[in-house]
Design a protein around this ligand. Structure first.
Ligand code: SIN
Length: 293
């Protein structure tokens, strides 16, 4: 009789060397797989080249990095984002007047919805989806409002060799229509005739680390190209469920004036709206990315 369970070790065997030391910042990992809190830095001060390089490396090594107790202006927030690339303008979400790159993240007791309550990689429906997003939360509920992040490197690496071979070379359609149409009406935003739609590889290679990451998400991915609809649906459901395994995740507990900077090329996230009737509010600056390959 075959064994009912496989006791051959953890679902994902992750091992990584200790990173090279940092000279200008501290980097405290939340889990061995994803997330790190950055210390010893005041983002209101000009960023030296070495510090910038170290933040960039910390993001590459951890997929999402967090900063506590930062007091920055809108302009400093935008400037920090610009250091990493051209800023992205969201195709649907509200922004501060005169600052299309400063997206408003806000939910209170009267909100019909809150941002990001589903696993996703930001705006993956764009032909060139954002490289990273920098969320600065100024108003926090007394408890709750955490954001969960999941490593898509880990999700890819934990697939069986057979499944890796199956998904290799596949592409999928990502569509903004369902996520964006009518979604921001409470902010007085009228719908556009069309929302972005793009075809991306199911597995992408990160342009900085060279690592492979699973690139399908429940929020935007609609179907796998070139296979029958029932097969596409079964495979996508498997991949979404797999990608959402808590083993690949970290959970960030916000405090007032915290910042999270995540890499959309190798991480997904999901925000928790468990704090009603309280308010959670801040801004997101999003950095443009390249076409996934
Ligand atoms: C988002 O998807 O950008 C929102 C994340 C959050 O509010 O934590």
């Amino acid at each position: 009789m075959s064994a009912m369970r496989d006791y051959s070790g953890p679902r994902y065997k992750h091992s990584s060397d200790d990173p090279a030391p940092y000279d200008t910042i501290t980097v405290d990992k939340l889990t061995p797989i994803i997330g790190a809190e950055i210390g010893g830095i005041d983002l209101a001060q000009p960023l030296g080249n070495q510090t910038f390089e170290e933040i960039h490396r910390a993001l590459a090594e951890n997929q999402v990095i967090f900063f506590r107790d930062q007091h920055i202006t809108d302009e400093q927030h935008l400037e920090f984002g610009r250091k990493f690339g051209k800023l992205h303008i969201h195709p649907a979400a509200p922004h501060e007047p005169g600052h299309p790159e400063l997206m408003i993240i806000h939910a209170d007791k009267d909100s019909p919805r809150a941002n990001g309550e589903f696993w996703h990689s930001d705006v993956s429906c764009d032909v060139e989806p954002p490289m990273g997003s920098i969320l600065y939360i100024r108003t926090c509920p007394p408890r709750g409002g955490d954001t969960l992040f999941a490593s898509m490197y880990a999700a890819y690496e934990a697939l069986s060799d057979r499944m890796k071979r199956y998904v290799e070379g596949l592409t999928a359609i990502h569509d903004g229509e369902d996520q964006y149409r009518g979604t921001y009406a409470n902010f007085g935003i009228a719908d556009k005739p069309n929302y972005p739609r793009a075809e991306h590889p199911v597995v992408r290679t990160h342009p900085v680390t060279g690592r492979k990451a699973l690139y399908v998400n429940r929020g935007f991915t609609r179907r796998i190209v070139g296979v029958p609809p029932d097969e596409s649906s079964a495979i996508l459901n498997f991949l979404w469920n797999h990608a959402e395994n808590p083993l690949f995740q970290c959970r960030f507990r916000w405090q007032k004036n915290s910042i999270a900077f995540w890499d959309n090329r190798c991480a997904q996230h999901r925000a928790m709206w468990d704090y009603w009737p309280h308010t959670r509010s801040g801004h997101r600056v999003t950095v443009q990315g390249d076409r996934p390959v």
